[in-house]
Design a protein around this ligand. Structure first.
Ligand code: TPP
Ligand code: MG
Length: 292
C-alpha cells in the first residue's frame, strides 16, 4: 500500500478538509492511467495547476469554465480520428456544480445528446466555491451563500436544487449514477461501470466543502453521510433510463444534517420553521420517489 501512487499527486493546494481530491483520486483509481482528463475552471483546476506545477499524473487539459464537456467530446473525436482509438483511451471530464448545472450546461447537454465517448463527472459542492461561495442552481433551498445571504429580507437561497441526474437521464444515455465521498467503494464500482460504456456517461458526486458549508475540516466525510441519510442527496443509478440501484438510507431528520452547517444555522430560529418544514418535505419527496 505504501507504494501505491495516486494519479492526482499530493502537494496540490486544496484546502485542508477538501473532499474533491478524495473523489478524483477514487475516480482515477477506477479508470487507471489510460485516460485523458479535462477539467473545467473551478477549485479542482485551480488547486492542481499552479503556474509551473501540475498534480496530474495522467494527460490533462483545462479549457474554459463553460466548455469542459465540449473539449472532452473533441478529445474523444480526435482519438477516434487518429487511429480509431486503438488504445481504448477514455476521456474523463470533471466540472463543479457551477460549471455543470449552469455555465457549462449547454456544452454538457450537447455532449450527452451526441452520446460522445466521455465520462462526465460533476463534483458537487453546492456553490461556486473557488470565487467565494456564490449560489449555483445546485445550491440547496434555504442555504446561505454570498449571493443568497440570509438576513432581514431573506431566508437564504429561494430556489430548490435542480435535479441534474434526472436531466442527464432525460438525454437517453446508457449510464447515469450518483455517489458521495462517504461511500468510496460504491463510487469506484460506478466508475468501473461507466468505463465499460462506449458513449457518454454521467456521474454526479457529492463533495462537501467545509469552507462554503461551514463545518470543521475533519467532518467532511460525516457531512456527506448526514446529507445522504437525511434524504437530501439520493444515491441512485440509472441504466438505459431504468432505476437499477438505490442506496437505502439510515433515515435521520433533516435538522441533524443542517444544524451542524453554518450555511443552514439560521433555520434553528422559530421564524424559519416554515423553511425547515420545506426542506423536510424535499427530503420526504426524495425518499418516496426513489424508495430510499
Ligand atoms: C465564463 C466564466 N465565468 C466566471 C468565471 C469565474 N470563475 C472561476 S471558477 C468559478 C467558480 C466555479 O464553481 P464550480 O463550478 O461550482 O466549481 P468549484 O469552484 O465549486 O470547485 C467562477 C465563477 C470564469 N472563470 N469563467
Ligand atoms: Mg462548486
Amino acid at each position: 500500500m505504501t507504494e501505491k501512487k495516486n494519479l492526482l499527486a499530493s502537494g496540490h493546494k486544496a484546502c485542508p478538509g477538501c473532499t474533491v481530491p478524495i473523489a478524483v483520486n477514487k475516480v482515477l483509481e477506477a479508470t487507471g492511467k489510460n485516460v485523458i482528463v479535462v477539467t473545467a475552471t473551478g477549485c479542482l483546476e485551480t488547486f492542481t495547476s499552479l503556474i509551473d506545477f501540475s498534480s496530474w499524473e495522467v494527460p490533462w487539459i483545462t479549457p474554459l469554465f463553460e466548455n469542459a464537456a465540449a473539449v472532452g467530446a473533441g478529445v474523444a473525436a480526435a482519438l477516434e480520428a487518429k487511429d480509431g482509438n486503438e488504445r481504448d483511451t477514455k476521456v474523463v471530464a470533471f466540472g463543479g456544480d457551477g460549471s455543470t448545472y449552469d455555465i457549462g450546461f449547454g456544452a454538457l447537454s450537447g455532449m450527452l445528446e451526441r452520446n460522445d465517448n466521455v465520462i462526465y463527472v460533476c463534483y458537487d459542492n453546492e456553490a461556486y466555491m473557488n470565487t467565494g461561495v456564490q449560489r449555483s442552481s445546485g445550491t440547496p433551498f434555504a442555504a446561505t451563500t454570498t449571493t443568497s445571504p440570509c438576513g432581514e429580507a431573506s431566508f437564504g437561497n429561494i430556489k430548490y436544487k435542480k435535479n441534474m441526474p434526472e436531466i442527464a437521464r432525460a438525454h437517453g444515455i446508457h449510464y447515469v449514477a450518483t455517489a458521495a465521498i462517504s461511500d468510496l467503494k460504491d463510487l469506484k464500482k460506478k466508475v468501473e461501470k461507466a468505463m465499460a460504456v462506449k458513449g457518454a456517461s454521467y456521474l454526479h458526486i457529492l463533495t462537501p466543502c467545509n469552507v462554503g458549508w461551514g463545518f470543521p475540516s475533519e467532518k467532511s466525510v460525516e457531512m456527506a453521510r448526514l446529507t445522504v441519510n437525511a434524504g437530501l442527496f439520493p444515491i441512485i443509478e440509472y441504466t438505459d433510463g431504468e432505476l437499477t440501484a438505490v442506496k437505502k438510507i439510515k433515515k435521520i431528520p433533516v435538522e441533524d444534517a443542517l444544524f451542524v452547517q453554518k450555511r443552514f444555522k439560521h433555520l434553528k430560529k422559530d421564524e424559519y420553521a416554515q423553511q425547515l418544514k420545506q426542506v423536510q418535505a424535499i427530503a420526504d419527496a426524495n425518499i418516496a420517489r426513489y424508495g430510499l
